[in-house]
Design a protein around this ligand. Sequence first.
Ligand SMILES: Nc1ncnc2c1ncn2[C@@H]1O[C@H](COP(=O)(O)OP(=O)(O)OP(=O)(O)O)[C@@H](O)[C@H]1O
Ligand SMILES: Nc1ncnc2c1ncn2[C@@H]1O[C@H](COP(=O)(O)O)[C@@H](O)[C@H]1O
Length: 184
Amino acid sequence: MTRLIFLGPPGAGKGTQAQTLSEFCKIPHISTGEILRQSMKEQTPLGIKAQSYVDSGELVPDQLVQDLVQERLNQPDAKSGWILDGFPRKVTQAVYLGKLLDKISQGGERVVNLDVPDEVVITRLLGRGRKDDSEEVIRRRLEVYRAETAPLIDYYGDRHKLLTVNGNQSQEEVTTALKQVISV
Ligand SMILES: Nc1ncnc2c1ncn2[C@@H]1O[C@H](COP(=O)(O)OP(=O)(O)OP(=O)(O)O)[C@@H](O)[C@H]1O
Ligand SMILES: Nc1ncnc2c1ncn2[C@@H]1O[C@H](COP(=O)(O)O)[C@@H](O)[C@H]1O
């Protein structure tokens, strides 16, 4: 059963690689950022609550993303595995996820850290053109990543769940490296 969590700074290529691997492994790609962006587009209650946080590069409150992840992992297609992209993003969310996965018998998850230097992710994000890819918001997202998300590397390393892949290669090379590490 393939259950993967993608870690890495904004612009590391998590969404790109998660989509490719989800097609290869035939399991859903669950991106909290995508779900939030869709909810904002549709102006659902979740989208309305999340909007100001996403637009400014802040993290949406835990309860909102935790509820959406719980609901998504309980859907039938998640029974055959999944790739989580963008969640967890802080230690509190990782603790929540660990308990949730135990409760719904979906353990055995592995965590892939896509390692990419800051200057490379900044160039990539400036070229991507999403609404939250302005210079100011990119700066804030990187600060939030360093303060809140990077500690998850040690969190999962300490729990022997962490795999690291060099994300500073062509998309095809990253995919090949990912397939290699997850097949072991
Ligand atoms: N290996 C790569 N080499 C060059 N560009 C890449 C690579 N992988 C992804 N990109 C490009 O970099 C940008 C960011 O990629 P992507 O959206 O997958 O990152 P992400 O980690 O999901 O970012 P975020 O956390 O901000 O959503 C995209 O424009 C994508 O096409
Ligand atoms: N796990 C999350 N916790 C808090 N906020 C989140 C989470 N996942 C996404 N967000 C918000 O959405 C944007 C975009 O996310 P991407 O993963 O980069 O697509 C992020 O800046 C947070 O505001």
